[in-house]
Design a protein around this ligand. Sequence first.
Ligand code: SF4
Ligand code: SF4
Length: 625
Amino acid sequence: MEIITDQPGKKILLLGNEAITRGALEAGVDVATTYPGTPSSEIADTFSHITKYFTKKGDKPPFYFEYSTNEKVALEVAAAASFSGLRALTCMKHVGLNVASDAFMTYTYVGCKGGHIIVSADDPYCHSSQNEQDNRYFAIFGGAPMLEPTTPQEAKEMTGVGFDISEQLSLPLLLRTTTRLSHARGPVVFEKMQKPRGIGHFEKNPLLVTVPAVARKQHPVLLERMEQAEKISEKSQFNEVVNVGKPKDIGVVSSGVSFNYAKEMAETLSLDVRILKLGMTHPIPRRMCEKFIKSCSTIVVIEELEPILEQQFKTLAFDMKSDVKIFGKSTGRFSRLYEYNPDIVVDVFSKIFKVKNPFPKPVESKIKLPSRPPSLCPGCPHRATYYAVKKAAPKDSIYPTDIGCYTLGKEPPLEMADVLLCMGSNAGTACGFAVSTGQKIVSFMGDSTFFHAAIPALIDAVHHNHDVVITVLDNRTTAMTGHQPHPGTEFDGMGRPAKMIRVEDVARGCGVEHIEIVDPNNIKETTAAFKRALDFKGPSFVVSKSPCILLEVDRKRKAGEEIPVYSINQELCKRCKTCIGRFGCPALYFAEDGSVHIDTTLCNGCGNCVQVCPFGAISKSGVKE
Ligand code: SF4
Ligand code: SF4
């Protein structure tokens, strides 16, 4: 628990995400909330570990933490803490802010009291996301001050300063990071930890009730606050000019991790440039930027994703009647797609400034490596569910899916994912297909996703009697983001016993009449249950309940239970390929002679391939080391 040591001056290596947690601890955060989502997860997981550490010792944790049902709830819980005068932090991945945006867009009208940091962890290149939206637009859209760190150290500092700015302006502050910063490790120097405020007090204020008359009054207040924010931005320690070489009139404007690439590559090419490093990027420090424009004949804007700074600089230059040349995305120099890296920046610099790129061109390998698409783990219960559904459903059935590791059912040989929009969309799109087609529909989601965003769509299915099968792949955890708890688990994020809510009880409460609860590891019964669900006219609900195999293996190890491994009797095997070609557990492989085997180091002992083999060739052969 080095992260909670109160030793000012101590320097340790932290992930950008961990540095944000440390910054919040130093600022005396009282309430931290989240819905887990990569690349933001480690911020909240660190809060969770700290609270569990205190809970285990029998001490009261210094702050409250929760994995909320979804990002909107997370924002609302933290906003109420702020209304009560406490400091709060809410973290989420970029698309989480879409979910929270209904609250966010009005929150900025009423404003906050205790400082409130909202971390949006963006994901250029969609490493683990369904899109690469640029959430800097949300700061502009909703009217929130925004900070963008370049290093873990700065992430920690910005979190601390962000709380002060938020309280000064009475506005929640957006701390926007990207995957490279979230998951990069760097040295971070500790400062003194402030004591949390403890218990807040809510003072009633009619301006917090946003009826139209109040909203009309509060909108101009928001605009005034943003004018104040611009004054803070002009003086911000995070907005500065960094000189490389002996700059004359060439300038670079950058923010976030792009600044690191810009500085390093300008030094590599021995350019003489001044770099305007913007850390407070909303609102931009207009006077500072105008001064910068006046000092330059050429400006290169380097920012990942959307041309947000570039457009603002072009507008400023136009208003100033400046003839400065601005290079960025609109001149085709940089792309609006994906992540940047030093190679991209050095290539553009060398073209604009007509200097030789010192790096050799990457050599294209002639060796064709086999593609390795991600797949469900060996022994994953989702594979068994999909196999059973495939057996039960007609060929042209539609399979709307959702966000979680079960999306990997998209890959061959299962191919059990046809449509995916966002969290909870499986059930909504299932309803849409029911009214638009004559095909059978079986939709899939995880248990955490069910609580997060699918209940309204389930109610829609019941209310309109849509002929759909809605499936919850209930593996008792939020698996893909790191096995966090959710409302269906017995413990909360602080390690305390929590009321476990059963998905089937919720479905019953929503009026679903046909509910099947199955163990997917019994493929025959699961297939029969799906057949019954498909035959039912109207909405049916299947809960396919089996713990994530990784948790199950871990539990067995801790309990001293044996984990069986399986192998194939080559004399019985007819090489029909059903186990590989239709079931597809990654522990199964072909040897060079075409025979089929099980890699016992990968086998997690679920035994499902035994049920799949039509010739009884697979059996238990030992236990895992
Ligand atoms: S028992 Fe069969 S299906 Fe299960 S993990 Fe082992 S090889 Fe894969
Ligand atoms: S399903 Fe059975 S018989 Fe067919 S290849 Fe696999 S182990 Fe051999």
